[in-house]
Design a protein around this ligand. Sequence first.
Ligand SMILES: Cc1cc2nc3c(=O)[nH]c(=O)nc-3n(C[C@H](O)[C@H](O)[C@H](O)COP(=O)(O)O)c2cc1C
Length: 211
Amino acid sequence: MNIADIRKDYKLKILDEKLINHNPMIQFESWLTEALEAKVNEPTAMVLATATPDGFPSSRVVLLKAFSSDGFGFFTNYSGRKGSEISSNQKVALLFHWPELERQVRIEGLAKRTSPQISDDYFNSRPFESRLSAVISNQSQEVPDRNYLEQLWVLQQSETATGELVRPDYWGGYIVEPQRIEFWQGRSNRLHDRILFTHESDGWRILRLAP
Ligand SMILES: Cc1cc2nc3c(=O)[nH]c(=O)nc-3n(C[C@H](O)[C@H](O)[C@H](O)COP(=O)(O)O)c2cc1C
């Protein structure tokens, strides 16, 4: 196997300044809709990159659960690694890759906790079993083995009536308020289209980047 020989030419679509919506959130919505229509695998999965205050980065996949003019929302455990990194450094990056459409979207901005009400509403909309897992998981901490987690889950299940499981304080949402959003469309011969939106005091500035 020689992975250096793996090559794919991108020729599905183009991205043009004249076609792009001048509001990047509306542009994002239209690309997400196309990703859903194209039935891409896990269309709402995004890589979230955080960093320690001294700049050491870490990344992982989370699911986009909401977006609006305010930003991009996801839910997690506030006490895990990403949560503790965000609590000391709000600067994060998000990345969507939709290979079936030869597209990526890169977002950079500030992560802020959603209101307790938004976190409650989403937590309560989740299946009971998922809520149980969120409650018993001390996310990112070492556990002795798988059995330990399963026993904790069963114990919590036996102690909790379905309606009683309330969101713990250590679990909730973040919204990433974007400062930069870049739309990337793969093109032939590696001459890709890259349109970048940067947030300025008077609105969004649009520019094209070299591939
Ligand atoms: C497809 C996919 C979706 C995921 N969605 C979430 C999510 O929405 N929230 C979350 O906390 N973890 C999610 N995870 C797990 C994270 O990638 C990660 O393992 C976990 O959040 C712990 O990260 P941390 O130790 O950096 O805090 C997902 C993983 C995958 C592969």
